[in-house]
Design a protein around this ligand. Structure first.
Ligand code: PHE
Length: 365
C-alpha cells in the first residue's frame, strides 16, 4: 500500500536522461503494463547501444498503477515532482491515461500514451500525445467488418460501464453499424471485475442476434465468452484492441474461438522490420510480442527520436519535437501525428482460434 513498485529505475543524474512509465503491472490489466514495459525497455536498450541521446544514456522509472486511475494519477505526480522525468510513457487503459494526462498537462511534462484509444485522452492538452489510432476509427473498423465481411444484420452489444474506452467504442460501433444498414437489438452492460454475466447474456439471447460486440478487456471478455456458450449463444463475438492478451486464450478456452477483434498490429506481418522486432523481443522476453509491446516499443522510439531532435530537454522543447513526428517507421504502423496529437494509421482484424490469433484483413482510414 502506498509503496510504488518501481522497477528498473535509475536515479536522475546528469549522465542520464530519465523517462517515466506508469502502467498496470498488477490487477485486472496486468499483461498490458508488462508488455508495454518490455517494449519500452527494448527500445531503450537499442538506443543506449547506439550511443544514447545528446551524449547521455537513457533510463526509465516505472510505477505500477495496479490497474486503477487514482494510482495512475499519483504515480504520474511522483514521476514529475520526485523523479523529475523529462517525459512520461503510458498508460494502456484509457481511464488510467485520462487520470495521468490531467497531471502531465498541468505540470507541462510531455506524455505519450502508446495505446490508449479513447478520443478524450489527447484532448487533455497540448502536452498529451499518442502513437495509436483512436476509437471512432476502431469502432468503424469492426462495424464495417461485421457488415461487409461477416454479413451480420442484427447484433447485440455488451459494454463495460466502468471503462471510458468501452463506453465510447460501444457508442461508435452502434452508430456506424446502424449507418451501414444493420440493427443493434440491445445494449447490455457490466462493471469491470464482474464475474457473472449470465443475466446480460440471457437478455441478449432473447433478441436472437447474429453476433455480439464486446468492447472490453481480455480479463472479462474471456469469461464472457465461456458464459455466452453456456447460455447457448453460438454466434461470433467481436471486440477491439482490449482483447489483445495471451490470457484471452486461457480465460476463454475454446469458447473464444471463431471470434474477431480489431488491433494495431499482427505478428503475421511479413515486413522485415516487424519480424526483426519479434525475433529480438522473443530473445529478450521469451514470447511473441502483443500489440501493447509493439506500441510500447514504438512510443519509446518516437520519444527518443523527438529527444534527439529537441533543441533542449525542457518540457516545451520536447513537446514541440514530439508534435513534429512524421512518417516514423513503427512496428505497429507508420506514425504521423495530426494536429490533435493522434496517430493516423490503419487497423488489422484478427481471428481467434486455438490459442492464437490469425490475421484476417487490414482496414485503412
Ligand atoms: N485501447 C485500449 C484503451 O484505450 C487499451 C488497449 C490497447 C488494450 C491495445 C489492448 C491493446 O483502453
Amino acid at each position: 500500500q502506498g509503496q510504488p513498485a518501481g522497477t528498473g529505475g535509475t536515479p536522475a543524474n546528469t549522465e542520464t536522461i530519465l523517462l517515466g512509465q506508469v502502467g498496470a503491472l498488477t490487477g485486472g490489466q496486468a499483461t498490458f503494463g508488462i508488455s508495454t514495459r518490455n517494449g519500452i525497455e527494448l527500445a531503450l536498450k537499442e538506443a543506449n547501444a547506439a550511443g544514447g541521446v545528446k551524449g547521455k544514456k537513457l533510463a526509465v522509472k516505472v510505477y505500477d498503477n495496479q490497474s486503477k486511475p487514482e494510482e495512475a494519477a499519483q504515480a504520474t505526480t511522483r514521476l514529475i515532482t520526485q523523479d523529475k522525468v523529462v517525459l512520461i510513457l503510458g498508460d494502456v487503459a484509457s481511464s488510467n491515461s485520462l487520470a495521468m494526462a490531467e497531471k502531465a498537462q498541468a505540470a507541462g511534462v510531455p506524455m505519450i500514451t502508446p495505446s490508449s484509444t479513447n478520443t478524450t485522452v489527447t484532448q487533455k492538452g497540448d502536452y498529451i500525445f499518442r502513437v495509436c489510432f483512436i476509437d471512432p476509427f476502431q469502432g468503424f473498423v469492426m462495424a464495417k467488418f461485421a457488415r461487409d465481411e461477416l454479413k451480420l444484420g442484427k447484433v447485440a452489444v455488451l459494454q463495460d460501464n466502468k471503462s471510458a474506452y468501452s463506453i465510447d467504442l460501444s457508442d461508435v460501433f452502434t452508430r456506424k453499424f446502424k449507418e451501414m444498414g444493420g440493427t443493434v437489438a440491445t445494449t447490455e452492460s457490466y462493471s469491470q471485475g464482474d464475474t457473472d454475466y449470465r443475466a446480460q447474456l440471457t437478455a441478449i439471447k432473447k433478441t436472437q442476434p447474429d453476433g455480439i460486440y464486446v468492447p472490453g478487456y481480455y480479463s472479462e471478455v474471456g469469461v464472457i465468452a465461456r458464459q455466452a456458450r453456456e447460455v447457448g449463444l453460438k454466434v461470433p463475438l467481436m471486440g477491439g484492441d482490449g482483447w489483445d492478451s495471451e490470457k484471452l486464450f486461457e480465460l476463454g478456452g475454446s469458447a473464444i474461438n471463431g471470434s474477431y477483434f480489431s488491433n494495431h498490429y499482427s505478428p503475421d506481418n511479413p515486413d522485415a522490420r516487424v519480424q526483426k522486432f519479434i525475433a529480438d523481443y522473443k530473445a529478450a522476453y521469451g514470447g511473441v510480442p502483443d500489440a501493447l509491446a509493439a506500441l510500447g516499443y514504438d512510443a519509446a522510439r518516437v520519444a527518443i527520436e523527438a529527444l534527439q531532435r529537441a533543441k533542449d530537454l525542457s518540457g516545451p522543447a520536447v513537446r514541440d519535437a514530439i508534435a513534429q513526428t512524421k512518417d516514423f517507421p513503427g512496428v505497429a504502423g507508420t506514425v504521423t501525428l495530426d494536429e490533435k496529437r493522434n496517430a493516423v494509421k490503419s487497423a488489422v482484424v484478427l481471428k481467434v482460434g486455438d490459442g492464437k490469433t490469425q490475421y484476417v484483413t487490414t482496414i485503412s482510414p
